[in-house]
Structure formats: structure tokens, C-alpha cells
Design a protein around this ligand. Structure first.
Ligand code: TXA
Ligand code: MG
Length: 318
């Protein structure tokens, strides 16, 4: 796997139906030509992703989106204008140009304009959107640095565009716009108060619904290979006495009590914590401990999505 900034090289690989790792402000994506079945199928293979889990199409303008969705209704357009490019995914209605593999056969398609200069340049050079899930193997921790693509996938792409560390660090917020309200399908990098501040009415779907409403919202996800427990660290330390532990804390230093520790934000800043979360989980997963103990962060702003990821990470294997 090569890591570099060669946009032309990335373009050529994508035009031939290959895969490229792309930076976004949320997490790194594993991208392919979103109009090409044989290219998209490679994403599912590289991630070992179940085919019932649909993909997000990424592009760089509302005009281009108009070529593969039947309409952008008024509320969706309003949100697009407010928050794109940015960590928001909108659920819209696809035209026949969108392969069923991308939508998993659903009557809807997920669309987003990501906010990363390198990827926006790449997208502006392409006449097709990029289908791109997070570039981790299905169920593992999402990647927020180019090197994460080396270890988290079954088959890494031959090329990754080096866009540095992802600035948000959590996946996009997924929204299903209705006539007069929105339904949040996945909490993410755009905190819900951004919608509340605009006076928009919000509904939520239960993430753990079975079958899930957003098919990717399976309960166990973002999970390290090392067993991870979520709760009060002092209590967890008692429960796991005798084990070699790694600790993921919000702002407290537990280095005296553990073999490995990661602090999400010493200042207690939720944006910094979001940015650090996945890299910290990966580092602790590689630290060779028996278990990882993690504590929830304050449940507000980006903390809601951080806690959601931690809860899913800690769901035991079936
Ligand atoms: O920030 C992000 O959204 C990143 C970057 C790379 O853009 N992408 C990402 O993709 O997180 P992925 O595949 O890991 O998660 C996409 C989620 C899945 O849970 C999937 O089920 C849901 O979007 N999704 C896709 N199409 C959908 C649809 N038509 N209706 C409901 N949910 C959908
Ligand atoms: Mg993902």
C-alpha cells in the first residue's frame, strides 16, 4: 500500500475500477466508482462487509448530486446549503444510475459532500461519485490516519491519499429529511444541537432495532479485538482485578493503575476527544492487554456520538 498526494494517480486507479483510500474530515473512506458495479463489489470484498449494508455516495457539488437523485426536497436542500461540505449524510431517492449494490436494494441512497481539500479536488476531477464506507474491516474501529488502512482491512487498497489526521474523527451524522422534520439515523460528527439551533424538529430511530433501520446500525461495531468494558473506571478495575488492563479515559490520568492508558482530552474538550477516539482505541488494541476499560464522556454535543461508539464497541461478540 502506497501513501501519497498524487491526485492524478488516484483518479486513474478509480477510473479503472480500483479502490483508493480517501481522507475526509470524519474518517478515511475506502472509495470506488459509485456508478460501477464491479468497482463497488471490491469495497464489499476488502471490508468483508455484508451486502445488505448500503454505501454513501460522495461528491463535490449539489449540481452533480442532481444527476443521481430524483430530487433534493426543500428541507434537504436547506441542510445541504447549511452544512455541506461537512459531516452530514442525507438520505435521498436515487435515479437508475445508482447500482443496487450501493443502496443494498433500498429505495433510498445516502449522499454526502465531505469537507477535505484533497478529496474535494479529487471529486472535482471525476465524472462519477465515489462510493465510500469507512476504510476498516466490517465491525472494526474506523480509521482516522492513513496508516490505519494498513492494519484494519482484509485487503488494503494499493493507494491512499494522504490527508493527515481526520479533523472531526467521528463518522457523519446521517439524516433522513421528511417534509417538516428530520429523522436522525446515526449520530455523528455534526452534533444535533446544530439542527435544534435552526428550529428543526428532530426524531430518532432506535439504533439497535432489528433489522436495523439504517442497515449499518448493527449493535456491535467499532470494536477492538481486545475485550472492552464501558463504565466507571474504579468499578471496572475492581471487577477485572488480576488482569492486565488498558484504560481509555476522558481526561483523568490512570497510568498508575494500568499497563497502557490513553486520555481523550486532558482539557476535557469533546471535539478533541472525538478526534482522538478511534486512534486511541486502535493504540490500546495493539498494547497487548487482556482487557480495555473505557469510561463514557459527558453526554452532550459530540459526546453523544462518542458514547454511542463506545457502547457499540463494548457489545460482546455473539
Ligand atoms: O463519515 C462518514 O459517513 C464516512 C466517510 C468515509 O464519509 N463513511 C461512513 O460509511 O461512515 P459507512 O459505510 O461506514 O457507514 C455508512 C452508514 C451505514 O450505517 C449504512 O447502513 C448507512 O450509512 N446507510 C447507507 N445508505 C443508507 C440508506 N439508503 N438508508 C439508511 N442508511 C444508509
Ligand atoms: Mg463504517
Amino acid at each position: 500500500m502506497e501513501i501519497g498526494k498524487d491526485l492524478l494517480k488516484a483518479k486513474k486507479i478509480l477510473e479503472k475500477g480500483g479502490l483508493v483510500g480517501i481522507p475526509t474530515e470524519t474518517v478515511y473512506g475506502l472509495a470506488a466508482n459509485g456508478f460501477c458495479d464491479t468497482a463497488v463489489v471490491r469495497i464489499f470484498e476488502a471490508k468483508k462487509r455484508p451486502h445488505f449494508n448500503p454505501l454513501i455516495l460522495h461528491t463535490d457539488s449539489l449540481e452533480k448530486i442532481g444527476t443521481f437523485v430524483t430530487e433534493v426536497p426543500p428541507l434537504a436542500r436547506f441542510l445541504a446549503q447549511k452544512f455541506w461540505p461537512g459531516p452530514l449524510t442525507l438520505i435521498l431517492k436515487p435515479t437508475a444510475a445508482v447500482p443496487a449494490l450501493v443502496t443494498a436494494g433500498l429505495p433510498t441512497v445516502a449522499v454526502r459532500i465531505p469537507n477535505h481539500p484533497l478529496t474535494l479536488s479529487l471529486l472535482s476531477m471525476l465524472d462519477f461519485p465515489l462510493a465510500a464506507p469507512s476504510a476498516n474491516s466490517s465491525g472494526y474501529i474506523s480509521p482516522t490516519k492513513p496508516t490505519h488502512l494498513l492494519s484494519g482491512l482484509h485487503t488494503p487498497p494499493s493507494y491512499v491519499l494522504d490527508g493527515g489526521t481526520c479533523q472531526v474523527g467521528l463518522e457523519s451524522t446521517i439524516v433522513l429529511p421528511q417534509k417538516e422534520k428530520i429523522i436522525i439515523l446515526r449520530q455523528g460528527g455534526l452534533p444535533i444541537e446544530k439542527f435544534e439551533n435552526l428550529g428543526i424538529e428532530i426524531d430518532f430511530t432506535s439504533h439497535s432495532a432489528s433489522p436495523p433501520q439504517a442497515p449499518g446500525m448493527l449493535s456491535r461495531h467499532y470494536s477492538p479485538h481486545t475485550p472492552i468494558f464501558l463504565g466507571n473506571i474504579a468499578d471496572l478495575l475492581k471487577q477485572q482485578a488480576g488482569k492486565k488492563v488498558g484504560i481509555l479515559s476522558f481526561k483523568t490520568d490512570y497510568s498508575a493503575a494500568a499497563a497502557a492508558t490513553k486520555i481523550l482530552s486532558r482539557q476535557g474538550d469533546l471535539s478533541e476527544a472525538a478526534r482522538q477516539l478511534f486512534a486511541a482505541l486502535r493504540a490500546l488494541d495493539g498494547a497487548g492487554t487482556d482487557v480495555i476499560l473505557a469510561e463514557p464522556v459527558p453526554n452532550k454535543a459530540l459526546g453523544i456520538a462518542i458514547n454511542d461508539r463506545l457502547r457499540r464497541a463494548a457489545v460482546p461478540k455473539q
